[in-house]
Design a protein around this ligand. Structure first.
Ligand SMILES: C[S@@+](CC[C@H](N)C(=O)[O-])C[C@H]1O[C@@H](n2cnc3c(N)ncnc32)[C@H](O)[C@@H]1O
Length: 221
């Protein structure tokens, strides 16, 4: 069992505090270690590029960097400027100083298509009638709503990622891990992605209070 990274620099008023969803992600990455090593740690293959969308405190990327594939290259993105700052602090605090950088951007805007080997995303998945707006966040300097609110079905942001997955992932060895809650209807999503040629597997599921969270793996082969 790998230790959970410490996040003592976290400002809970401004950045998502690691919770059940984050910890589910850490556990499943540990379970996926044999698959990831077989797929990415082979003689003469280049170091994989790992991209986490919405990295928040940085706990997931820091865990991955330290324990799963330490020689990979890491980029994290977040729309929240405070998350971008804190995630670098979390990485440093846990001794990861190499091969990691952060982009403040919407999803993966600014990254060249087809280069991402491993995509991680714990999205804003909570259904809500409203979606947070950048204009409002800039005005109020409050970015926390971006952490959870996912529009009417909680899928507003995740759907964009799923629709564009083929664009961002390496076409041969790319793999994405994406978290859903039950109200996102993950089984229907999986069916529709399979119809679009993806291999889709649920890799972990956990009850968190009244919510059921699951993480799904998407590959082309
Ligand atoms: C549920 S939190 C997860 C944080 C962290 N990955 C974890 O597991 O603890 C979702 C994160 O996604 C970020 N986010 C939401 N919409 C985004 C977007 N369009 N582009 C980039 N980041 C976004 C939020 O600011 C927040 O940090």
């Amino acid at each position: 069992m790998f230790p959970t990274p410490s996040t003592t620099k976290l400002d809970r008023e401004r950045v998502y505090e690691p919770a059940e969803d984050s910890f589910l992600f850490l556990d499943l990455l540990q379970e996926e270690l044999p698959f990831l090593q077989t797929r990415f740690v082979t003689a003469n293959s280049p170091a994989p590029l790992v991209v986490e969308l919405g990295l928040g405190s940085g706990i997931v990327t820091t865990f991955f960097h330290k324990n799963i594939l330490p020689d990979a290259l890491f980029i994290g993105t977040d729309i929240n400027p405070y998350a971008c700052h804190i995630s670098k602090e979390t990485s440093k605090e846990n001794g990861n100083t190499r091969y990691f950088d952060v982009l403040r951007t919407n999803l993966w805007d600014g990254l060249r298509p087809g280069l991402v080997d491993i995509l991680l995303f714990n999205p804003p998945y909570v259904p809500d009638v409203v979606l947070p707006s950048i204009e409002n966040a800039v005005k109020t300097d409050d970015w926390l709503d971006f952490a959870l609110l996912g529009g009417p079905d909680g899928m507003q942001v995740t759907s964009v990622v799923l629709d564009r997955l083929a664009e961002i992932l390496n076409p041969v060895r790319g793999v994405a891990y994406i978290l859903f809650c039950r109200r996102n209807r993950p089984f229907e999503v999986a069916k529709s992605m399979r119809n679009r040629g993806w291999v889709v597997d649920m890799v972990d599921e956990r009850k968190a209070g009244w919510e059921v969270l699951s993480v799904w793996k998407f590959t082309k082969s």
